[in-house]
Design a binder for this molecule. Sequence first.
Ligand SMILES: [Zn+2]
Length: 410
Amino acid sequence: MSSTTLFYLILAILILEFLIETVLDYLNAKSFSKPVPPELEDVYDAKEYARSQAYKKTNYNFGLLTSSFSLVVILCFLTFGGFQWVDQVVRGITDHPIGMALLFFGFIMLGSDLLMTPFSYYKTFVIEEKFGFNKTTKKLFFLDKVKGWMMLAILGGGILSVVIWFFQWAGSDFWLYAWGLIAVFTVFMNLFYSRLIVPLFNKQTPLEEGSLKEKIQAYAQKVGFELKNIFVIDGSKRSTKANAYFSGFGKEKRVTLYDTLINDLEEEEIVAVLAHEVGHYKRRHIIANLTVSLLLTGFTLFLLSLFINNPEVSKAIGVEIPSFHAALIGFGLLYSPVSQLTGLAMNYMSRQFEYQADHFAKETLAAQPLIDSLKKLSRNNLSNLTPHPAYVFMHYSHPPLVARVRRLGA
Ligand SMILES: [Zn+2]
């Protein structure tokens, strides 16, 4: 295919994806006014429900503004030779392929992040603030940003450098080596994320002795689950929204509870949330997710290897001298419909896993405390009780509350 055809294909992909997203958002917004299912009538009182409606509408409008702005920026950048301009600047600094790629991605990512910063700033300090969720200070907000950039520069830059080095050394076969590298990195991160990355952003402390810990341990023992690492994370320094998650496997497995979760829920409800997390582990969801994402990475890298040597892919984004970094961006844009489809499949799988973990909690503990905790968390997050089915199908990694409550109650 010629670079001109590819260029128009990229534009078509960007516009079509924007239109699909906008229609989905619109459908979802229209279903805000649907009646609340009888099972969920006790989630909000009238006043809180009005507040959740206002929150959803605000986010809908803001999302529309953000996505339109992003689309206009990327279309202008493509049409007016933005990538070619960055490529020229980079070539004026170095002619080393790895150095060029690092600078090229560095400029583009920093530039796009700076452009989007006013939006995330507004979201945090105006929208989340107005609805009482925000606890982040301006200092913490910018500190998080700088830390995020540094982490991306070190980890992303490191991996990109090695991948390009593989490419120079092994040609089109580089994808196999890159796959190996990314696989090792992914497994390593899965194991040590909580130890190495989380402490950069949060404070984690072992769950203190007391009745909650005793209840959790009694439950863990009952289901034959060795659980030594239960940590509490200071999520409250950023937001009032609560969460809990499971990470790692083998000896490194641990459960992390947000301090907000501990404040909001009764002990029995926290044990139910934990039982759900244990269900993910017992049903081998952690390993399944890891396996699927590794296979997907291999598939993506293999496809990349078919395109990376094609000079038309670099030219499609307006870059005159073909290179690994330009072809990588071109490929990323062309690949996006495929990643939308794989994302859809992953979300579907994830929703099935959620039902299974809920079921595990119901079997090994009880349904009612989990139902209560899910409802409380929905109320505290001003969650949408009536999402549109098409929106759920495309975007939800968890089933909507009503579906979970119905299954738990069945
Ligand atoms: Zn879950």
